[in-house]
Design a protein around this ligand. Structure first.
Ligand SMILES: NC(=O)c1ccc[n+]([C@@H]2O[C@H](COP(=O)([O-])OP(=O)(O)OC[C@H]3O[C@@H](n4cnc5c(N)ncnc54)[C@H](OP(=O)(O)O)[C@@H]3O)[C@@H](O)[C@H]2O)c1
Length: 260
């Protein structure tokens, strides 16, 4: 397997869930880390744990990535500290469950900026640097919700469709440059996601729920193999395969039922 020893990973949304597990698994592979999220106490505790366990450098940056221009400001801060990034994990994100018209418009805006704009900005800035060095990995976290319109997650699902299409196209544009873009689409995963989105797990989600450790292990393996885009878990992969054979009006009905 390719060695990541001594490389540096920037992980957004590292204070819980998938981001914290990316930090744990990449540190165990010898990567230095930059951990970003808003809850600094959580990031500091994780950083202390990983420095002690793995003898790697861990920087903590408390940052609200849903603000306009947050990606550029974060990039400039890391540049000023001479922190080169070899692996960018665009993981920070949240969902909003429920009827779109009942949702707070301001929070929807925050979600769109975090899930799409910041991810795009960071990809632009870091892919540019990585291409110059002819080396780098970008991992973008989408969702199986991005593969079809998602009633009850209408705006969230659409942000993940954007991540899927954007990542695929960028991976294609960067082929042969030494920079790979891997888009990972998890299904429901045991993290703080559902608490934040305001949903109790549906019957389908209880049936298909994966652990965060397993999703991250598959993500890193996919990244190292240079995979462009994949769904984590066999059941999720089967669901997405079968959705492709289903007309759009039926997808809407199916997904609404699976989310209740
Ligand atoms: N869990 C699932 O079922 C599932 C399924 C498909 C896709 N995903 C995707 O997986 C990614 C990770 O989510 P998760 O499941 O690990 O959920 P999580 O446990 O809620 O973690 C979300 C992370 O994003 C960070 N974050 C949220 N708002 C932020 C902001 N404004 N600025 C900076 N960081 C912010 C949170 O940190 P702070 O609150 O400390 O800022 C936290 O570290 C997301 O993109 C999500 O859409 C999750």
């Amino acid at each position: 397997m390719t060695s990541l020893q001594g490389q540096r990973a920037l992980i957004t949304g590292a204070s819980s869930g998938l981001g914290a597990d990316f930090a744990r698994q990449l540190a165990a592979m010898g990567c230095h880390l930059v951990l970003v999220a808003r809850r600094e106490d959580r990031l500091q505790a994780l950083a202390a744990e990983l420095r002690a366990k793995h003898d790697v450098g861990v920087e903590v940056v408390a940052f609200d990535l849903s603000e306009l221009g947050a990606g550029r400001r974060l990039f400039e801060r890391l540049q000023a500290a001479s922190l080169t990034v070899d692996i960018l994990v665009n993981n920070a994100g949240f969902g909003m469950y429920g009827a779109f018209l009942e949702q707070d418009a301001e929070r929807v805006g925050e979600m769109l900026r975090l899930n799409m704009l910041t991810l795009t900005e960071l990809s632009h800035l870091y892919a540019g640097q990585m291409r110059q060095r002819r080396h780098g990995y970008i991992v973008n976290i989408a969702s199986i919700g991005g593969y079809a319109p998602s009633p009850l997650y209408a705006a969230y699902g659409a942000t993940k469709s954007y991540v899927l299409d954007f990542s695929d196209a960028l991976a294609h544009e960067l082929r042969g440059t030494g920079v790979t873009v891997t888009c990972v689409s998890p299904g429901v995963t045991k993290t703080e996601f559902l608490d934040v989105s305001g949903q109790k797990p549906s019957w389908f989600q209880r049936l298909s729920m994966m652990t965060s450790e397993a999703v991250v292990a598959q993500s890193i393996a996919g990244m190292l193999r240079g995979r462009r885009s994949f769904v984590t878990g066999r059941l999720n992969a089967f669901l997405i395969w079968s959705l492709r054979l289903t007309p759009r009006f039926m997808q809407l009905q199916m997904i609404e039922r699976m989310m209740k």
